[in-house]
Design a protein around this ligand. Structure first.
Ligand code: A4P
Ligand code: MG
Length: 167
């Protein structure tokens, strides 16, 4: 069993349903156990064209799959939500990124782990800390990383929305 951290994001269509749908799909995948999910955050878009606000969350997994098999499964779930890729950092119905996999690194275009931009993105670090206050990334504490990042555009939904992990 290997620990893995996944970031979820969406800003088109019924974005919160897409995040919940992704958690449901992960829960139903052989070789994946969803251990915990952060609350859902509303976040101002970073980069890309003028686009709607996002919802973002982070889930903690235990995987018995190879990281590339996990990536393929994430891409499949994105496709189930009609994910298209037109503009870099553009709006999307569902984005599932592998942030970190315990004991694993990869530096290819197909799969870069740890995720090369996670350490500078409030929309990843803040939800991650909300589900794991002791998290670390590439040898740094996520609390320390978050101190050096502008997190003003990251807001918890009110009332708080938690993704449900079905048994
Ligand atoms: N790929 C390589 N490494 C990974 C990885 N660790 N996890 C490859 C997932 N995929 C990885 O992915 C393009 C290719 O990256 C895939 O084919 C895969 O093999 P993509 O989902 O089309 O691209 P992306 O997610 O748009 O790219 P990128 O550069 O990872 O995006 P970022 O940096 O995550 O930015 N603002 C807010 N507020 N919230 C957001 O969620 N997201 C982005 C995307 C921009 N601004 C945002 C948000
Ligand atoms: Mg992505």
């Amino acid at each position: 069993m290997t620990a893995a951290v996944i970031a979820l994001g969406a800003n088109l269509g019924d974005a919160t349903s897409a995040l919940q749908g992704a958690v449901d799909a992960l829960t139903q995948t052989v070789g994946i156990t969803v251990l915990a999910a952060s609350p859902v955050f509303e976040t101002d878009p970073v980069g890309g064209p003028d686009q709607p606000v996002y919802v973002n969350a982070v889930v903690l997994l235990e995987i018995e799959l190879e990281p590339l098999a996990l990536l393929r499964r994430l891409n499949q779930i994105e496709e189930e939500w009609q994910r298209t890729r037109e503009v870099r950092w553009g709006p999307r119905t569902l984005d599932l990124d592998i942030i970190d996999v315990a004991g694993f690194t990869s530096d290819t275009e197909q799969l870069t782990v740890p995720h090369p931009r996670a350490h500078q993105r409030g929309f990843v670090l803040v939800p991650w800390l909300a589900v794991d206050g002791d998290a670390s990334l590439g040898g740094a504490k996520v609390t320390d990383l978050a101190r050096n990042v502008d997190v003003s555009g990251v807001r918890k939904l009110n009332p708080e929305l938690r993704l449900v992990i079905a048994p």
